[in-house]
Design a protein around this ligand. Structure first.
Ligand SMILES: NC(=O)c1ccc[n+]([C@@H]2O[C@H](COP(=O)([O-])OP(=O)(O)OC[C@H]3O[C@@H](n4cnc5c(N)ncnc54)[C@H](OP(=O)(O)O)[C@@H]3O)[C@@H](O)[C@H]2O)c1
Length: 293
């Protein structure tokens, strides 16, 4: 299948590029500077030229707190831009996958969220992602909305790296215990998205790591697996005073008949740490070789 990836240089987009290539697809990816999803004409002419069978839209405004200061900016990329991409895909007969977020939910259900649950975003970012879901589905009958959560992967700044950096530099960290979700390894999600390419079950799909934890529990597991002795103190969301409100509990599970299940967040974390170690070892080796020249 000819697959075109938008936001291909981002944390998830880069893993999707690799996973789709591994699966034997003919893959082309575009980063922000190569193809801007807020430019409908650029999308249209690119898609006309490449004639993809499927598009995976990983392009997004992902600065959750920054979105509160610039709602129009977030809406333009996550809402209007998503609609542009979906319409351009429909125009060449391509199906599209839009990656969305657990932040489309309010987080007050007190239980796991399934696809049919009522949305109710409490942040500008969440509103813009919901607008993107609607715009994607409206513009293309062959569209899938994949909601995932709490992503971490090798190609982006993420919570795991932040904890390790702070743990190493300060020996102690303060982490919120009253937000619960499912930390998802982008490599696992990328494989799930690529598997979904083979399906014609359009609509909403929840695809996050199995199991759930708080950020505090996640941090404890990061330090345990990294064999780091770091004092981990628990805090409340209120103590941090972040600009954007976050859902208190946004655990995603799928009620779809043929749901694609991802491994547990603990498996994802262990695999990520192994990958990080191997990437760092390779980088150290090549800088040694460079120095020896
Ligand atoms: N990170 C999470 O915890 C999380 C959780 C749930 C869902 N998601 C969703 O997962 C998807 C991937 O997120 P990620 O974590 O991989 O984010 P990311 O690393 O920030 O990747 C997003 C990419 O989109 C690009 N982009 C921004 N504006 C664009 C535009 N107008 N046109 C084309 N590309 C544009 C960015 O490029 P520049 O950086 O150069 O602007 C970046 O490379 C997003 O849809 C996000 O909403 C993320």
């Amino acid at each position: 299948m000819k697959v075109l990836v938008l936001g291909a240089r981002g944390m998830l987009g880069s893993d999707v590029m690799r996973a789709a290539t591994d699966a034997g697809h003919e893959v082309r990816g575009f980063g922000h500077t190569e193809l801007d999803i807020t430019d409908p004409e650029a999308l249209r002419s690119r898609f006309e030229l490449d004639r993809p069978d499927a598009v995976i839209n990983c392009a997004a405004w992902t600065d959750v707190d920054g979105a509160e200061d610039d709602p129009e900016g977030a809406q333009l990329v996550n809402g209007t831009g998503a609609g542009n991409a979906s319409a351009a895909a429909a125009a060449v007969g391509a199906k599209i996958i839009y990656v969305s977020s657990d932040y489309v939910f309010a987080g007050d259900k007190g239980d796991d969220y399934v696809e049919a649950d009522q949305t109710g975003p409490i942040s500008v970012y969440g509103q813009s992602k919901l607008a993107g879901e609607v715009a994607t589905a409206t513009a293309n009958r062959r569209s899938s909305i994949v909601r995932s959560s709490w992503l971490f992967g090798i190609n982006g700044p993420n919570f795991v790296n932040t904890m390790i950096r702070l743990g190493e530099s300060q020996g102690q960290v303060l982490v919120v215990h009253d937000q619960v979700g499912s930390p998802t390894y982008t490599w696992h999600l990328a494989y799930g998205l690529v598997r979904l390419l083979d399906s014609d079950e359009f609509g909403i799909h929840h695809m996050a790591a199995a199991g759930s934890c708080s950020w505090y529990e996640f941090a404890k597991e990061i330090f345990r697996l990294s064999q780091m002795d770091v004092v981990t103190l628990s805090a409340t969301t209120e103590m941090f005073g972040a600009k954007a409100p976050r859902p208190a509990r946004s655990v995603l599970v799928s009620a779809n008949e043929h749901a694609i299940q991802l491994p547990s967040w603990q498996d994802g974390l262990a695999s990520y740490l192994a990958q990080k170690q191997s990437v760092e070892a390779t980088a150290a080796e090549s800088s040694e070789t460079e120095r020896g020249k």
